[in-house]
Design a protein around this ligand. Structure first.
Ligand SMILES: Cc1ncc(COP(=O)(O)O)c(C=O)c1O
Length: 475
């Protein structure tokens, strides 16, 4: 048997930083990363044979718990029929239909909201085009509104989904600029790394080397939850903005829920200027509810493109983007916007995704919501008991702790927290057998397999971790 230290030393000789994704290196929590060999339900086991209650959940996909028997069986059955064909399969269509059918919201809108939806549903073409834009103009679908996804393209990663959504928005509008929010993470494509959350935030990087300045200049970064900033950027550059991309409920700078009606106002402003709204549900999609954040945002709104990842692939590499037929059919082979992938719609990933979605019924969401609420409340009371200034922000069943006096609303207020309290908190939890996200800027992922025993182990570990946070001093 090897130790985690030995594995890490060997890995560093083979891979940069010993990892294939930066946050896995445990740098910001000053700890040796655990090398896992197996996982089941809410537990993961490392090379030393030590079991942990897991609150990372493969960064989201393991929503039913690890190695869910039905998902494993579906993947085994698919594998027995061939690992991939690079050709069409019936399963892809079924998954695309399933995604489209789920992304809807009950028609309970108020008369005011209905009036706005009706206005939004009026077909209209983009008024803007430029000399080198494609000849296609986008028209908002008459069947859109409460069903924003009519067509789906399957890809392999969330990064591809958002990157393709942006290319599509540019192709549809004939404009180049994209607006994103500081602290939001949309994957690692060149144009989306500026002031990004997740690992970029964890490493305190402003962006990435290797992104050409002219490409970075196509992205306008503004503060989150600030509609004045949105109005200002559109007033200044509105005719050149192809799209605004937003995390449906931000979870990559810790949880920072949207202000009431923020997404709806964003949609209105973007649409008022002929730009599209790209709703990034890679993290929230099918996690916070059957229709993702779109289905639970208290104020209805109409996104133009929606991106999915993580849960939709059930633990295998699969992601997706969806939108109206008019927009999605601008993609090749029907339209002029090119996108492709050798492994897109891989049958094993499709089987994992379909089976995961099939098992995500009301009972599963009720279990996740209840376990998440218990853990979030226990974390808050342990920190209060230890006298640690904190808030626990929640977005549906997603939550994270922030060492701040008042709830952070954007990247600036997130970064102002006493982040130095997290590493000792994390290390205490790990020593007690609980695997938390190795960064204060990440969400805690609860699964439907987090039963009373698993939740109990987390709750028991929290007081000592809270005391460790209380004793922490700035680095
Ligand atoms: C909101 C959001 N968008 C996009 C991505 C990128 O997805 P992937 O890591 O699959 O490329 C992530 C990943 O964490 C994400 O949280």
């Amino acid at each position: 048997m090897t130790t985690n230290e030995q594995e890490f030393a060997r890995a560093r000789g083979a891979m940069p930083g010993g990892v294939n994704s930066p946050v896995r290196a445990f740098g910001s929590v000053h700890e040796t990363p655990r090398f896992f060999v197996s996982a089941s339900g809410p537990y993961v086991t490392d090379v030393e044979g030590r079991e942990y209650v897991d609150l990372v959940g493969s960064w989201g996909p393991a929503i039913l718990g690890h190695a869910h028997p039905a998902v494993v069986k579906a993947v085994q059955d698919a594998a027995a029929h061939g690992l991939g064909f690079g050709a069409s399969t019936p399963g892809e269509t079924e998954l695309a239909e399933l995604i489209a059918a789920r992304v809807t919201r009950p028609s309970t809108s108020s008369p005011v909201e209905r009036a706005r939806n009706e206005r939004d549903e009026t077909p209209r073409a983009s008024e803007h085009s430029s000399a080198d834009s494609v000849s296609y103009r986008f028209a908002r679908s008459t069947t859109g509104g409460d069903h924003p996804v009519e067509r789906v393209r399957l890809v392999s990663t969330g990064t591809e989904a958002t990157m393709t959504a942006i290319r599509l928005a540019r192709g549809a509008t004939g404009r180049d600029l994209v607006v994103k929010f500081a602290g939001h993470y949309h994957g690692h494509s060149d144009g989306l790394l500026a002031e990004a959350g997740s690992g970029v935030a964890t490493l305190a990087m402003p962006g990435s080397a290797g992104v050409p300045a002219p490409i970075a200049a196509q992205t306008l970064v503004i503060p989150y939850n600030d509609l004045d900033a949105v109005r200002e950027v559109f007033a200044a550059r509105g005719d050149d903005i192809a799209a605004v991309i937003v995390e449906a409920a931000p979870a990559n700078m810790g949880i920072v829920p949207p202000a009431h009606g923020f997404n709806a106002a964003l949609a209105d402003i973007a649409h008022g200027h002929g730009a599209l709204l790209i709703l990034d549900e890679v993290l929230t999609g099918f996690r916070v509810g059957p229709a993702g954040w779109y289905g639970i945002d208290p104020v209805p709104f109409s996104p133009d493109l929606v991106t999915f990842g993580k849960v939709v692939g059930g633990g295998l590499p699969l992601a997706a983007l969806g939108g109206s037929a008019a927009l999605l059919e601008l993609l090749a082979p029907l339209g002029p916007v090119y996108q492709a992938g050798t492994l897109s719609g891989n049958p094993l990933a499709v089987a994992a995704g379909r089976t995961t979605l099939d098992h995500l019924d009301a009972a599963a969401y009720a279990r996740i919501d209840a376990a998440a609420a218990t853990i979030a409340e226990a974390a808050a009371s342990a920190l209060s008991e230890a006298g640690v200034t904190h808030v626990v922000q929640r977005a549906g069943n997603l939550f994270s702790i922030q060492f701040a006096e008042t709830p952070p609303v954007d990247y600036v207020t997130v970064k102002a927290q006493e982040a130095f309290r997290y590493p000792p908190f994390f290390r205490s939890m790990l020593a007690q057998g609980v695997s938390l996200p190795p960064s204060v800027f990440e969400a805690w992922f609860v699964s439907a397999a987090h039963d009373d025993a698993a939740v109990g182990r987390i709750v028991e570990a929290l007081p000592a971790a809270a005391r460790a946070a209380a004793e922490a001093t700035p680095d």
